[in-house]
Design a protein around this ligand. Structure first.
Ligand code: HEM
Length: 408
């Protein structure tokens, strides 16, 4: 690598303490201003960090220069080209494999599935909110937010409530493997592997059952899917179910919890939403921009690329920081203002181009259902204890959000 102008005080975007305790936005703001194409050294080597909206969007779009095949999470899962997920799992495939896989997985995100999932989410969410409001509050992250993906994935995988929560616990320890709360006493690498094996066991059982008795769920759809005239292989089905389970479980509950924190921190915006339900759709987009739950995605340069005077070498790891792009002052006027009427709002929370989140419609629906319920019930939240964040720079997650709630 050849570094561009490097900051005097080194910033380490791989330092998880920055994400647990502090405010990473100050670091991103500094980088956008002073080193928008930043070489972040690590003990294993390092990675480039793109923090400007324009550069992040351009890198997403140029899949021939910035490949997904070597994994989209820093140093974590699916990093090596030799990994069996590469080319088989949506998130770590390049064209043409990616397009062929996506056509099949996309069938499970049809409008009828979103309708089915909506009914389940409403059922789960209403019951949880009834209890939460009756108790005057509690931990929103654990008592309400998890109902959103549990409802959505119970419809998508056709699972009962208990199994949907079992899947949630597993994806949580997989993505949160660096967080002691989820890793337990095990080494973080072990937690990652063990959770993935258990998820595969669960999906394998479902595959056996659905092959005997097909239904209207993701596993049945993939078991009968063909790519180039051949049935999808078992490992393609397993990896893509894993991709949907992780994508579905480990994003929206963190976004929902961060949305409630944003409303508690900005009571004027909470009042605005209660007073004017017409703001619901812009409020939902502002929540996605503001929270940017999936902080970055990783790509690997396939050839040398010069960007803003820095030379990115073929083989270098390049991270695209959605969370920073979404606060870029050149794209968003007053980016650090939470404005539920913000428009336009072309945020990059779901990425862009070929890999743009396949669950985006579902995620929008989940957060819309939540925000609508909060506004209709006229709920007002106040933070009532320490906000505990996930030890991760990949998912900007709030694990615990103690709040009091009043209605009316
Ligand atoms: C707040 C909610 C969500 C956020 C912020 C989010 C973010 C993202 C981002 C940034 C990507 C692009 C990754 C890349 O380019 O490498 C992505 C892809 C993906 N997401 Fe989401 N996501 C959310 C919800 C969901 C949901 C609800 C599901 C499934 C039910 C899901 C499943 C997936 C899958 C399977 C992919 C891979 C798509 C591909 O590579 O073609 N996501 N998501």
């Amino acid at each position: 690598m050849t570094g561009s102008a490097q900051p005097d005080a080194p910033i380490d975007l791989n330092d998880l303490d920055l994400f647990v305790s502090g405010d990473p936005h100050a670091a991103w703001s500094w980088l956008r201003e002073n080193a928008p194409v930043y070489w972040n050294p690590t003990p294993e080597g390092g990675f480039w960090a793109l923090t400007k909206y324009e550069d992040v969007a351009a890198a997403y779009i140029d899949a021939s220069a910035f490949s997904s095949r070597f994994g989209t999470v820093l140093g974590g899962s699916y990093r090596s080209a030799a990994d069996t997920a590469s080319g088989q799992m949506l998130i770590c495939s390049d064209p043409p494999d990616h397009r062929l896989l996506r056509q099949q997985v996309h069938k499970a995100f049809a409008p009828w599935m979103i309708e089915k999932a909506t009914r389940r989410v409403v059922e789960f969410l209403d019951a949880a909110l009834d209890k939460f409001v009756a108790a005057g509050g509690g931990d929103f992250a654990t008592e309400v937010a998890l109902e959103l993906p549990a409802g959505f994935l119970s419809a998508m995988f056709d699972l009962g409530r208990d199994d949907a929560f079992r899947l949630l616990r597993l994806t949580r320890s997989m993505i949160g493997h660096k967080d002691p709360e989820y890793a337990g006493s095990a080494r973080s690498g072990m937690t990652l592997v063990a959770s993935q094996v258990e998820i595969f066991d669960m999906i394998s059982e479902l595959m056996e059952r659905r092959r005997r008795e097909p239904g209207g769920d993701l596993v049945s759809i993939l078991c009968s899917a063909e790519i180039n005239g051949r049935p999808m292989s078992d490992s393609q089905i397993l990896y893509n179910c894993l991709n949907v389970a992780v994508g579905g479980n480990e994003t929206t509950p963190y976004t929902a919890t961060a949305a409630v924190l944003a409303l508690a921190d900005h009571p004027d915006q909470a009042e605005r939403l209660i007073a004017d339900p017409g703001l619901l759709s812009t409020a939902v987009e502002e929540v996605f921009r503001w929270t940017s739950t999936n902080a970055y995605v990783q790509r690997t340069a396939t050839r040398d690329v010069e960007l803003r005077g820095a030379l990115i070498r073929a083989g270098d790891s390049v991270t695209l920081w959605n969370a920073s792009a979404n606060r870029d002052e050149e794209q968003f006027p007053a980016p650090d203002v939470f404005d539920i009427a913000r428009t336009p709002n072309q945020h990059l929370a779901f990425g862009v181009a070929a890999h743009r989140c396949i669950g985006m419609g579902g995620a929008r629906q989940e957060i819309t259902l939540l925000m609508r319920a909060l506004a209709e019930r006229r709920l007002r939240f106040r933070v009532a204890g320490p906000v505990e964040r996930l030890r991760s720079n990949f998912m900007l997650g709030i694990k615990h959000l103690p709040v009091t709630v009043t209605a009316g």
